[in-house]
Ligand binder design. Structure first.
Ligand SMILES: Cc1cc2nc3c(=O)[nH]c(=O)nc-3n(C[C@H](O)[C@H](O)[C@H](O)COP(=O)(O)OP(=O)(O)OC[C@H]3O[C@@H](n4cnc5c(N)ncnc54)[C@H](O)[C@@H]3O)c2cc1C
Length: 251
């Protein structure tokens, strides 16, 4: 893998003129933010703290500047030449989890899937166990319609809050999201910020969830730079068996 070459920031775009919308970095290396630990830099990277900042950013960012939302980076392969435009990561304001009646939860898009699975288990809500083995965020699970063990995200989603490229907020019912196999028809240009998800009764509080992975244990952490022990070159361990292969996105 060749070293990433720095990208010159576009002259037409100056983040300091967008208003208060987060901490910016130019030519931010992305390798350490993805599972494969490979690839180049983001031309611009911003961690957006909350919804107000996201709205400011999206309404001020020129439509001509490409925008990519980065979740946990478990389904992304970044090209060595880097990513043009803005790579955005949702910050702490998107890590909320609220219990609702009828076995439902309102969950921020930056919450890790395994944290949601664990929370549901502790609340005695069944049906979200499959998320326990998926090493991404809820936002990534929505965009990819992530699934395992015969259950997929589309089955637990009731509605999703999202912002479009103009900064307008939308509340999308599940039907509007056009979920397909490992894809979501509404994902292009939308930044998912929160979802209401639902399980069913009958969960057993205190019992471990049916975590994904061939061994049934928790997902392994990303390999360290330079290679995981016993796995030269940083190759991740085998994925959980899900019936069909995942299509990793090349960016
Ligand atoms: C070891 C391993 C095991 C895996 N097992 C499974 C499995 O069992 N089942 C399965 O389905 N997948 C699996 N995957 C693939 C991956 O974990 C899922 O696709 C996961 O849902 C990606 O989430 P993420 O947060 O990492 O998204 P990322 O990889 O960061 O991004 C993936 C896509 O989602 C978009 N995205 C992320 N957040 C948002 C947001 N808030 N709003 C809009 N778009 C967003 C990104 O722009 C990108 O297009 C596995 C991957 C690994 C490495």
């Amino acid at each position: 893998m060749s070293a990433a070459s720095a990208i010159s920031p576009p002259t037409a775009f100056d983040p300091s003129q967008l208003g208060e919308c987060g901490a910016w970095a130019a030519n931010q290396p992305l390798a350490d933010m993805t599972w494969l630990r490979a690839g180049g830099a983001a031309q611009w990277f911003v961690r957006v703290p909350d919804e107000a900042a996201l709205s400011v950013l999206l309404s001020a960012l020129p439509a001509s500047v490409p925008l990519l939302v980065l979740g946990a980076g478990s389904n992304l392969l970044v090209r060595d030449g880097g990513v043009p435009g803005v790579v955005l990561r949702l910050g702490r304001g998107f890590q909320t989890m609220e219990d609702l009646p009828d076995h439902r939860f309102a969950v921020g898009a930056a919450v890790l899937d395994k944290a949601l699975a664990r929370h549901a288990m502790q609340a005695g809500v069944a049906g979200l166990e499959f998320l326990g083995g998926i090493p991404g965020t809820l936002g990534g699970a929505l965009a990819m319609n992530a699934g395992a063990h015969g259950t997929e995200t589309a089955e637990i989603v009731r509605e999703v809050e999202a912002y479009d490229r103009s900064g307008a907020r939308h509340v999308l019912r599940r039907e509007a999201l056009q979920f397909g196999y490992r894809q979501c028809g509404a994902a292009a240009g939308m930044v998912f910020t929160k979802a209401t998800v639902a399980g069913g009764g009958g969960g057993a509080p205190g019992n471990p969830p049916r975590l994904g992975g061939q061994g049934g244990g928790p997902p392994p952490p990303p390999p360290p730079p330079g290679g995981a022990p016993g796995r030269p070159g940083g190759c991740p361990p085998p994925r959980p068996a899900c019936g069909r292969a995942h299509r990793r996105q090349h960016i």
